[in-house]
Ligand binder design. Structure first.
Ligand SMILES: Nc1ncnc2c1ncn2[C@@H]1O[C@H](COP(=O)(O)OP(=O)(O)OP(=O)(O)O)[C@@H](O)[C@H]1O
Ligand SMILES: [Mg+2]
Length: 436
């Protein structure tokens, strides 16, 4: 367990030596680290500069700022810090006030150090449990936001796809008939032209007006481009449906490349609409991958988050370039996939040649709500959600390699098969049979 930091606030300097002496075993065992402040004001400053302090033990009567005032200001600095007040045995009035201001417990003077140790441990335990609960809540919240985001996007896409599919279906199935009917009519027209070579002035002038020869030669092109168009809409609708497969409760065998391609399609508008008129080129280095057991909708969301970040980073960099620099610098996002030597895992690498990430920022990028983007642009959820999906949902690994000035690479490693759900079901069944 990490060493707990305890701030002792007392104006009697002699107490510092005594605390250190009586708690020396805990200090030596790295259970506690003691920090001292001589009054409430001094304590506030130390708390402000050190966010890792876990609890405060404070006297009540002190110069500059007393312990009761310190208590009332504590919440503004950190909601989770707990304080224990030390007061004279019969000072019930102050003890009541301290408890009303949120003190966790109190000790009486002269301090019984055995009691102090028990109280400190009890308080630290409470702080630890509160933190764990908070973390769990945050994780649940992340999961809920992610699920909500996904199901909202998924539903929207699914309903659009549904609405597109029917009319496209009519067009696709009628184009072949239309082409056949037109051929028949052209055949008939040809016959008329042969049988009636002099059709009269009105027909002659209409023939010239509509440029019949050109029309006849262009018609096959028109029909073929209509066919290509509908085929593209059908592909798009397949990709969209593929992308939005979010409501699946069990893992399914999935073609990762289809996932990456449909994600790129969804992001086409972001890749095309360039504010600084630079081009982002997508380089695909796809290996030969087996199907992977996964939750496709969620995995696609990971691809989307990482590619969106790469586009943001490249856009930012382009904003700093002059037009000349832009001409000689290519912005690329490389998607590379490979199967690991033992064939049980696959790796997906998403790499950009953007600005890179500093060591300090890199330590925090997967943290919940961490963002370096301006308000309204980033929420700091993308990578936290992505790591949760890859590592907790799929038992995989999501890592980042980046050096400032040299681009960034995210590596997604996934097991080919999801053993966990079936094992879990097996365990559940065994537990049920054993009555556990
Ligand atoms: N390819 C990248 N290049 C440079 N910095 C990156 C890259 N990817 C992520 N980052 C950094 O990591 C931070 C966290 O990313 P994350 O996706 O979690 O949040 P966000 O993009 O800021 O907001 P959100 O994704 O919720 O809209 C980003 O703010 C950015 O500083
Ligand atoms: Mg992001």
């Amino acid at each position: 367990m990490a060493t707990a930091k305890i701030l002792i606030v007392d104006d009697e300097l002699e107490l510092e030596r005594l605390f250190k002496l009586r708690l020396r075993k805990n200090i030596r065992a790295n259970e506690f680290e003691l920090i001292f402040a001589s009054n409430g004001q001094d304590a506030l400053e130390k708390l402000q500069s050190d966010s890792l302090i876990d609890m405060v033990v404070t006297d009540i009567n002190m110069p500059d700022m007393d312990g009761l005032t310190l208590l009332s200001k504590l919440k503004e600095i950190n909601q989770n810090i707990k304080a224990v007040v030390v007061s004279a045995y019969d000072d019930l009035g102050n003890i009541r006030t301290a408890m009303n201001r949120g003190a966790f417990d109190f000790l009486t003077k002269p301090i019984d150090f055995d009691d102090l140790e028990i109280t400190i441990k009890k308080t630290l335990n409470f702080v630890k449990q509160t933190r764990e609960t908070l973390n769990q809540l945050q994780e649940m919240q992340t999961q809920m936001i992610q699920q909500e985001k996904m199901s909202a996007i998924g539903q929207l896409i699914a309903s659009i796809v549904h609405e597109i599919n029917n009319p496209v279906g009519f067009i696709a199935s009628n184009i072949d008939f239309a082409s056949e009917y037109i051929q028949d009519m052209l055949k008939l027209l040809n016959l008329y032209q042969q049988q009636f070579p002099n059709p009269g002035v009105e027909i002659q002038s209409t023939l010239q007006e509509i440029e019949l020869d050109y029309l006849v030669s262009d018609l096959p092109e028109v029909i073929s481009s209509m066919k290509t168009g509908t085929e593209r809409i059908i592909d798009l609708s397949k990709s969209l449906r593929n992308f939005s497969r979010g409501n699946i409760t069990n893992p399914v065998a999935f073609n990762i490349h289809e996932g990456l391609d449909s994600t790129l399609l969804i992001m086409k508008h972001r890749l095309k609409a360039r504010k600084h008129s630079h081009r982002i080129e997508i380089l695909k280095k796809y290996g030969s991958l087996p199907f992977v057991d996964c939750y496709p909708g969620q995995l696609n969301q990971v691809f989307l988050n990482i590619i969106a970040n790469a586009i943001d980073a490249l856009d930012d960099m382009a904003g700093e370039y002059s037009l000349e620099e832009m001409k000689v610098n290519y912005f690329t996002i490389t998607l590379q996939t490979e199967v690991c030597a033992d064939k049980d895992w696959v790796t997906i690498r998403i790499k950009d040649n953007g600005p890179g990430i500093s060591t300090k920022v890199k330590e925090q990028i997967f943290d919940y709500l961490f963002t370096t983007k301006p308000l309204g642009k980033g929420t700091g959820l993308g990578l936290a959600i992505s790591r949760q999906i890859v590592e907790e949902k799929h038992g995989g690994k999501l890592t980042c390699i980046s050096t400032l000035g040299q681009g960034t690479e995210f590596i997604i490693e996934l097991p080919r098969q999801q053993y966990y759900p079936s094992n879990q079901r097996k365990c559940d069944r065994v537990a049920a049979i054993c009555g556990k």
